[in-house]
Design a protein around this ligand. Structure first.
Ligand code: C2E
Ligand code: MG
Ligand code: MG
Length: 577
């Protein structure tokens, strides 16, 4: 097939007539597909490319204008040419009014006339389509115009209602645009508007709709919001983008915008009221001194500001290298030695001091910041493993935490692989720790990811076990190597018989599935004694050591005095390392 092949759908129930029309199209660039009734025709139209439809008006299952209505409704961008009986001018004209591009008499459908009629119909239809596009487009900026904006907003709100989602509407208004027009002339003003439109589009996602709805007023509709933060980040990006100076010829022009945001269904229940809420918010933004954005509701606004501030601070912290890893030893009681360390993230804040992950990890997950941060964690752990090796210490095993959000990153395995290779770390001495709920979010793709880690040689530890579904059978399909029994059970060992029984059962199950069991949060010698008696493989907790900064771990590794072990009751060769 060449690019110029024209696929004609020929709808004609009379075989002789069909043959006649087919012959008229032979030997040129046309490729004819025949249908003897409307149903077959519509089926073909839905499932195949069709350039033009050539249709008789009396068919067994539909006749007259009904045919045209159904055909144009099924494929609005495909031109329809109607074939009528001789001298049936009246019907032909009615067909045109009903949406056909042209009509042709059967008697005339010979020689060059029919191909020419089809070609003209195709061209006219294209021109018509272009007109429709233009009618929906703002001529100056190429953005959607007011008409298209309204239609899109209505649909977006209807979709959101059906799917129980939210829609954000942003009104973006240039500050003091009249002044630009008056001082620099309208041509320059137009240039500014065009550039604003371009910069604005770059701040948005593909699925967002940007429209110009007034001289210097724009509207943006955002669907499928993960969180209000998506909107505030976009608003801030637009403010930043527009406030960069415009160089137009020799002139430098400065412009700013004010943005008002309203969210369906929180701030309004209908498209109309959503627009009025967004307008109110924009007026507030102007009042607050321009070059700023404002949410319709105060709480939303406060929340958005805080989130944005936190995101900025955390990004800054990453750039300034304020994150640290602390290491907590994991101990094998039977061998009486450290088998490895869990790397735990800390934020060394210049004023607040050491901030624990509980205060920022959730936010990093919501904002997606955990993806780059998680890569940093692995890189740092790998580099530390190598630094210890360079100091002549025996190889050190390191576990690191991976959260659910990181598992959505499709090239996680690849990027981990690169980090391990670049640093020369030993993947067999690395364990990925993740929780059961993270694994079960999307079991199939997570299964593939985990297999990727296992293929690299990494171990996989199931963190906080016992707090989720705790279904080991569920988990047998994942290449898990270690079960970490959650601290909550260990804490209650002495007071809760249930918890003691649960811990016993988990250790027993782990043993029969040949998985290593590791108890978290050991704080007392009683807890230690209980787990020892159960023959739990490894332990971790303040009883042995809190998570320590790297210098402390290094010197402890040299002095081998990280913890005072009571001698193990009986030596066993079983161990993780
Ligand atoms: P987790 O992976 O279950 O880590 C164990 C947490 O228990 C650590 O808290 C550790 O300091 C604490 N812990 C250990 N032994 C004891 C004990 O005997 N008593 C008590 N009360 N607590 C003990 P931390 O460091 O605050 O970390 C909290 C959570 O933050 C971690 O739970 C993990 O889910 C997450 N996290 C930490 N670092 C990272 C990281 O690099 N990436 C990701 N995605 N998450 C991390
Ligand atoms: Mg952990
Ligand atoms: Mg844990």
């Amino acid at each position: 097939m060449t690019a110029e092949t024209i696929d004609v759908l020929l709808i004609e129930d009379n075989p002789a007539d069909a043959r006649l029309l087919e012959v008229a199209l032979e030997g040129s660039q046309f490729r004819t597909h025949k249908a003897a009734n409307l149903e077959t025709a519509l089926n073909h139209l839905f499932n195949n490319p069709v350039t033009v439809v050539l249709s008789d008006l009396s068919l067994p299952d539909a006749s007259g204008l009904e045919c045209i209505h159904l055909l144009t409704a099924a494929a609005p961008s495909v031109p329809v040419v109607v074939v009528t009986g001789t001298k049936d001018e009246e019907t032909g004209l009615a067909a045109l009014r009903a949406g056909a591009q042209d009509y042709i008499f059967k008697d005339h459908a010979k020689g060059a006339l029919l191909p020419r009629a089809l070609r003209y119909a195709i061209e006219r239809k294209q021109a018509e389509q272009r007109m429709i596009e233009l009618a929906q487009q703002d001529a100056l900026t190429g953005l959607a115009n007011r008409v298209q904006f309204r239609a899109f907003l209505d649909k977006a709100v209807a979709r959101a209602e059906r799917l129980d989602r939210s829609v954000a509407l942003m009104f973006v208004d240039l500050d003091r645009f009249k002044m630009v027009n008056n001082t620099h002339g309208q041509e320059t003003g137009d240039q500014v508007l065009k550039t604003v439109a371009e910069r604005m589009t770059q701040c948005l996602r593909k699925s967002d709709l940007a429209a110009r709805i007034g001289a210097d007023e724009f509207a943006i509709v955002m669907e499928s919001l993960d969180s209000p933060q998506t909107v505030s980040s976009a608003a801030q990006r637009i403010l930043d983008a527009v406030s960069r100076p415009f160089s137009l010829g020799a002139k430098q022009i400065h412009a700013t915008t004010s943005i008002g945001v309203a969210i369906y269904p929180m701030d309004a229940a209908t498209p109309e009221s959503l627009m009025s809420s967004a307008h109110t918010a924009m007026a507030q933004a102007k009042e607050r001194g321009k070059n700023t954005y404002q949410f319709y509701t105060r709480e939303m606004h406060q929340h958005a500001l805080k989130q944005l501030e936190l995101e900025r601070t955390l990004r800054g912290a990453m750039e300034r290298g304020e994150f640290r890893l602390h290491y907590q030893p994991q101990v094998d009681m039977r061998q009486g030695r450290i088998t490895g360390f869990e790397a735990l993230l800390r934020w060394q804040h210049p004023e607040r001091g050491l901030v624990p992950p509980g205060e920022f990890i959730d936010f990093c997950e919501e904002s997606g910041l955990i993806v780059p941060l998680g890569k940093w964690v692995l890189r740092e752990a790998c580099e530390q493993q190598q630094r210890w090796r360079a100091l002549g210490l025996p190889p050190v095993h390191i576990s690191f935490n991976v959260s659910a959000r990181q598992l959505q990153d499709s090239d996680l395995v690849q990027s981990f692989k690169e980090i391990v290779e670049e640093t020369g770390a030993d993947p067999r001495r690395l364990d990925v720790e993740l929780t059961e709920s993270a694994m079960l979010k999307d079991p199939e793709s997570v299964g593939r990811l985990l297999q990727g880690f296992a293929d690299m040689g990494m171990g996989i530890a199931l963190d906080d076990f016992g707090t989720g579904y705790s279904s080991l059978t569920h988990l047998r399909r994942f290449p898990v190597t270690t079960i970490k029994i959650d601290r909550a059970f260990i804490t209650n060992l002495s007071t809760s018989q249930d918890d003691a029984a649960i811990v016993g059962a988990i250790v027993g199950m782990g043993r029969s599935l040949r998985l290593r069991t590791l108890a978290e949060g050991i704080e007392t010698s009683e807890q230690l004694a209980f787990l020892r008696q159960l023959n739990c493989d490894s332990m971790q907790g303040y009883y042995f050591s809190k998570p320590l900064p790297v210098e402390a771990v290094t010197s402890a590794l040299f002095e081998r005095n990280l913890y005072d072990l009571e001698p193990a009751p009986k030596a066993s060769a079983a161990g993780a390392d």
